[in-house]
Write a protein that binds this ligand. Structure first.
Ligand SMILES: [Fe+2]
Length: 368
């Protein structure tokens, strides 16, 4: 039988003393948190029969985690950062705050103070031979009106999946910019198509993930902070459709409504018009607001098992949101049309009977 002592008055009094509760000096909030950490750690040690070897291995692990600056990476990989988003979503729902672009994790690789530009910016320093990517979007306030003067702080990885400041081969603030939205709330950026990335295979985060039987890969994505005086700060991302890790992200950052589509253009005249050398470039459909109520309707249908027959795609662009519903056969198209007819946004159902590869790609990319 497991011996347990953490509940006894003596041990509880000891933890209170350790947490500084027997004197006034110090920070009451920190004392409250540390007391809880001690109480919960003691229960975990007792309940799971943690051995001394396991305990000291964990202490060593924390030392190594900090030594490699990977605490933030582990917080993402263990889903705690995503949990914070879910908790904030639930608080918002309780407060009746719905709609708008969903939040998602910041990750550990933000650097403050990126160069500031009005309306548009080039984000890359020209040293990476990646495909040129144009992205643009429009920021709206909670009232649905375009928001001029908002700050859109963007950052993303290069074609090797690494970030400036964390990869010393890149110039300062490479692929990091802050753009102030114009009178219509719009921002535009030229950059390069980023690559996804993974945890260092030799690092402590991957060491933990290995023990959980999990990979440490993320899909290609672009990070956003969006802020404006008098408005709540939004932390979010666009994750790229077509990436094999889109819905298998070790950091759980991909969310419905945050999937962007890269459209590759191969046209020498268009490339020249946009100042691109060669003939190939990409455009990323950017985040725009959509109605959460619409999304819930679709989730409900997917839970009923119909979701395997369809893949849903939100496309932002110059105009309103377009919701596309890709269907594998005529009955699924009929289903899509019935669902889409009830939505307030422009929508279309597309049959992919003749394009099985594209269909299987889209359906496998849709979250079930
Ligand atoms: Fe990232």
């Amino acid at each position: 039988m497991t011996t347990k002592i953490s509940h006894t008055a003596d041990v509880q009094a000891f933890f209170s003393e350790v947490a500084g509760l027997d004197h006034a000096a110090g920070n009451p909030r920190v004392k409250q948190i540390i007391l809880r950490v001690l109480q919960d750690s003691a229960r975990l040690i007792e309940d799971l029969d943690i051995t001394e070897d396991e305990f000291w291995h964990a202490v060593d692990y924390l030392n190594r985690l900090g030594g490699r600056n990977e605490a933030g990476l582990l917080a993402a990989g263990l889903g705690l950062e995503h949990f914070l988003d879910l908790l904030q979503d639930a608080k918002d729902a309780e407060a009746g705050l719905t709609g708008g672009t969903p939040r998602t994790i910041e990750g550990p690789l933000y650097v403050a103070g990126a160069p500031l530009a009005q309306g548009e910016a080039r984000m890359d320093d020209g040293s990476d031979p990646g495909v040129v990517m144009f992205l643009q979007g429009q920021v709206f306030g909670a009232d649905g009106a375009p928001l001029a003067g908002a700050t859109v702080d963007l950052w993303h990885a290069n074609t090797q999946g690494t970030y400036s400041y964390f990869d010393s081969s890149q110039s300062d603030y490479n692929l990091r910019r802050r753009i102030i939205t114009d009178a219509e709330g719009r921002y535009r950026a030229r950059s390069i198509v980023p690559s996804g990335y993974g945890c260092d295979p030799q690092g402590p985060t991957q060491e933990c993930l290995d023990l959980l039987g999990r990979h440490g890969q993320r899909p290609a994505h672009v990070h956003f902070f969006i802020s404006a005086p008098g408005h709540r700060h939004l932390t979010t991302q666009i994750n790229f459709a077509g990436d094999q890790y889109l819905w298998d992200d070790f950091a759980y950052a991909t969310r419905d409504g945050l999937v962007g589509e890269l459209r590759f253009v191969e046209d020498a005249a268009q490339a020249r018009d946009r100042g691109v050398q060669g003939e190939r470039f990409a455009e990323l459909a950017a985040i725009q607001a959509f109605e959460l109520a619409d999304l819930f309707i679709l989730k409900k249908y997917r839970r009923q098992g119909i979701g395997r027959a369809v893949a849903l795609q939100f496309l932002g662009g110059e105009g309103d949101w377009l919701l596309r519903c890709y269907a594998q056969d005529a009955p699924a198209v009929a289903f899509c049309n019935a669902v889409l007819a009830g939505l307030s946004r422009p929508a279309q159902a597309i049959t992919l009977e003749d394009e099985p590869d594209l269909l299987s790609f889209l359906v496998s990319g849709a979250r079930h």
